[in-house]
Structure formats: structure tokens, C-alpha cells
Design a protein around this ligand. Structure first.
Ligand code: ZN
Length: 111
């Protein structure tokens, strides 16, 4: 299981780029259903917790440790989750353009 979904419609996954959990509201929809756009309700999800596909893309911020400055940085994470994989957008802070399988969810976030 790569996606943890609670009864109130929140989904969490472990982001391989941020080494942190991201949580977003989701609604199950048939694949390919057009999303009304940014700011219009929950993300759409194919209903699969093992091979989740979520759309549109997820743009969020996370706090990442910077080894060289020995301080925390705010970084923008921009990804597409398709078939259980993280696709980094070119403007994401880390793994830009990379495809990384989402790790198995191990309950790191208490719900
Ligand atoms: Zn991330």
C-alpha cells in the first residue's frame, strides 16, 4: 500500500523527493475525468492504494534540511503521481524529471 486514505477523504503518501509525507484531499473518479482546475475541490484519484494515480499535479511546499548551509529550506515540490510512481516536474526542487516509485506507506503519520 503506497497511499494511506482516511474515511474523511484525505490521502497521504511518502514523498521520495522530500523524504516527508504529503497529505491532500481526494475524491475517487474514473481515470481521465477532467478536473475543474486548481483550487476547485479535492484532487481526483483512481481509488487504488497500491498503484495510485492522482490528478492534476500536486504542488506543495516542504521543509528540507540543507547540508551546506546547515539550515532548513522551504522547497517547492511539484509532482504527478501515476501508477504508484512520483514523476518530478522540471520545477520541483529535487529529482526534477525523475521517476521514482512511491515507497510503501508505513504509518509514519498518525491519523
Ligand atoms: Zn515532496
Amino acid at each position: 500500500m503506497k497511499l494511506h486514505v482516511t474515511d474523511d477523504g484525505w490521502a497521504a503518501f511518502w514523498c521520495p523527493a522530500c523524504n516527508a509525507a504529503h497529505r491532500i484531499p481526494v475524491e475517487v473518479m474514473p481515470l481521465g475525468t477532467p478536473h475543474p482546475g486548481k483550487g476547485h475541490g479535492p484532487w481526483y484519484w483512481n481509488g487504488d492504494v497500491d498503484l495510485p494515480t492522482i490528478w492534476p499535479s500536486i504542488r506543495t511546499w516542504s521543509t528540507v534540511w540543507n547540508e551546506s548551509s546547515q539550515d532548513w529550506d522551504e522547497k517547492m515540490c511539484h509532482s504527478q503521481i501515476t501508477d504508484g510512481k512520483y514523476y518530478g516536474y522540471p520545477d520541483t526542487h529535487w529529482l526534477a524529471g525523475c521517476v521514482e516509485p512511491l515507497p510503501e506507506w508505513d504509518g509514519k503519520v498518525n491519523e
